[in-house]
Design a protein around this ligand. Structure first.
Ligand code: GLN
Length: 293
């Protein structure tokens, strides 16, 4: 059977997915180890049997719901090609807002210390390190399996400015930080969203902290107080209905200038606040002045 016929058969098998044809092409390109453009240039190619078998087994797994990113082992985030496995959350486009907002807090050549808590695949830490090469980024992660994936991503990107630490939130960190950020688990454990789509296959602990959807955000807000330099920023991703509660948590923890940013879908997605307690050492910018956001 020729390539185009295999693709058409897969498209029918994946008909319940909104992007069935595109998904079939992505899986075919992965099975052949080529770019998608190869498929357009070679529709009449006879597929060798091992290739067609591996393609159809990927299609079957996709039809059962397995995320495309786990089947190909890859996901793009902030123009970086990242390796992903079922040990890590699949980076989401809305998380790019967290990176974008953090970049507004970090002047281009500033040599600041940044911490990404619960780094998973390393997506956020690696995007920031790429954009702000003068910064030192520390990334923490409780899951050894996830940390191995993050380290592998750093190696593959040749990124040496990120230091990885095994442990929960701020616990493995030492010293003061100018920016602390996180995309923590924030979905309630009984939320039906967890039984849908890619979430069914992702690590539960990356998605939900349990009965209290804000438990991780509360823990981070309280731990960050002990690690932020005066004038430093805490930035958190959260659910689209959680912004008001997250602002309250930051304010109750003594953060100032608390505000929420909306993602491309117009949903309240990232809340940030500034730590101004003068008992911590000051947050000095490149010219000695505190940096702004
Ligand atoms: N935004 C993700 C989702 O809704 C959840 C990510 C997270 O909990 N940090 O699937």
């Amino acid at each position: 059977m020729i390539l185009s016929a295999h693709l058409e058969q897969a498209r029918r098998e994946l008909a319940s997915q909104p992007a069935a044809r595109l998904e079939a092409e992505i899986l075919m390109a992965h099975a052949l180890g080529t770019a998608r453009s190869f498929l357009y240039a070679n529709p009449d190619l006879e597929l060798p049997q091992p290739r067609s078998e591996s393609f159809h087994s990927l299609v079957k797994r996709r039809a059962r719901g397995e995320p495309i990113a786990y089947l190909t082992g890859l996901r793009e985030f902030w123009s970086l090609s990242l390796r992903v496995t079922p040990e890590v959350l699949i980076p989401r486009p809305e998380t790019e807002l967290l990176v974008e907002t953090a970049l507004q807090c970090i002047p281009r050549d500033a040599r600041l210390r940044v911490a990404d808590l619960g780094t998973g695949s390393g997506a956020i830490a690696l995007a920031l390190a790429t954009e702000r090469p003068a910064c030192r980024v520390h990334a923490t992660e409780l899951s050894p399996g996830a940390l191995a994936v993050a380290r592998e991503n750093a190696r593959a990107l040749g990124q040496r400015a990120v230091r990885f630490h095994l442990g929960g939130w701020c616990e493995p960190l030492a010293g003061w930080f100018h920016v602390i950020l996180s995309n923590p688990p924030y979905v309630r454990e009984d939320d039906p969203h967890l039984a849908q789509g890619d979430c069914r296959f992702e690590p539960r602990t990356a998605l939900t902290p349990g009965k209290d959807a804000l438990a991780a955000i509360r823990a981070i807000a309280s731990q960050a107080r002990e690690r932020l330099a005066a004038g430093g920023w805490l930035l958190l991703e959260h659910g689209s209905q959680q912004a008001a509660e997250v602002r309250d948590i930051l304010e109750l923890n003594g953060f100032a200038a608390v505000e929420t940013r909306r993602d491309l879908a117009g949903l309240e997605r990232v809340t940030l606040g500034r730590w101004q307690d003068k008992s911590n050492p000051p947050h000095a910018g490149p010219n000695g002045r505190p940096v702004g956001c």
